[in-house]
Ligand binder design. Structure first.
Ligand SMILES: Nc1ncnc2c1ncn2[C@@H]1O[C@H](COP(=O)(O)OP(=O)(O)OP(=O)(O)O)[C@@H](O)[C@H]1O
Length: 260
């Protein structure tokens, strides 16, 4: 169970600030979706939490500053799936997912039976069991995407940072993946932060949204508060309608502008 607090966080590349004044709290087991147009600073904000992009301000995990954790403590606490991971193509799916167990092993130790069991369960949950012995380079785009998630889930961290986890997945696999993450959140108390371009999915899975535009927080709150037609038209320059499923979930539908 991990609570995440960002207090006036600024993510920057040298002097170039790409996300500024970000303050948000995610309760243990909560799901925050960071949304916004291309280049808004979403990935950079996630990378600041992982520690691979410089930041100012405070990032706290259960009240403890991330900067005070050792590399190994951070690796145990935070699991991260980048948007475009560089994959070691020759590894099999199992060996790649086992890399997620590294923070749990003592230095130079080999993985234990227990680590193999964790990986095997994760692969089954992600519908990758049949591909366990295949080399990554032989997988389809969506299968590779799921292999990346397998490594992340095998890490069994309290905080999952997933940058565009549904990119390249068909609607069924996207839904299955988000459902699985949602189950980990509900049953095991994992705290989740995702970036998502699919606003409908962000509304249906996240409890809280943070809308970034050009590095600034322009809206934050529940999906209903953030996903208004005005906000989306203003910040994405898109024409949309906000609809609802029969269960009352928000659907953000592109509405082709009518010719005059
Ligand atoms: N390594 C880097 N060095 C300098 N600037 C960078 C670097 N990486 C990203 N940027 C810039 O930071 C800004 C935010 O990029 P970021 O990738 O965080 O946006 P994003 O909201 O995730 O975009 P997208 O939806 O297109 O993935 C962009 O202007 C980008 O050009």
């Amino acid at each position: 169970m991990t609570a995440l607090d960002l207090r006036d966080v600024r993510a920057r590349y040298g002097a170039r600030v790409v996300a500024d004044h970000v303050s948000v709290s995610v309760e243990p087991g909560g799901w925050l979706a960071v949304i916004g147009p291309n280049g808004a600073g979403k990935s950079s904000l996630l990378k600041a939490v992982v520690g691979v992009v410089d930041h100012d301000g405070d990032i706290l995990l259960d009240g403890v500053s991330l900067s005070s954790l050792t590399h190994r403590q951070r690796a145990r606490a935070v699991a991260y799936a980048p948007q475009t991971p560089q994959l070691p193509d020759r590894l099999t799916v199992t060996d790649y997912a086992l890399l997620g167990r590294t923070p749990h092993l003592s230095p130079l130790a080999r993985e234990r039976r227990q680590d193999l069991a964790v990986v095997s369960t994760v692969l089954d949950r992600l519908d990758l069991g049949d591909l366990a012995n295949r080399a990554l380079q032989t997988l389809s785009g969506g299968e590779r995407q799921r292999a990346v998630l397998a490594r992340v889930l095998a890490q069994e961290s309290g905080l999952l940072l997933l940058d565009e986890p549904t990119t390249g997945l068909d609607i069924g696999h996207a839904q299955a993946l988000l459902d699985l993450v949602d189950r980990l959140r509900r049953e095991e108390g994992a705290t989740v932060v995702t970036t998502l371009h699919d606003l409908t999915l962000s509304a249906q899975y996240a409890s809280q949204l943070l809308l970034l535009d050009n590095g600034k927080v322009v809206a934050q709150g529940t999906p209903a508060e953030v996903l208004t037609r005005g906000n989306i038209e203003r910040h994405y320059s898109a024409t949309v309608e906000i609809l609802h499923t029969t269960h009352g979930d928000i659907v953000v539908a592109p509405a082709r502008p009518q010719p005059h």
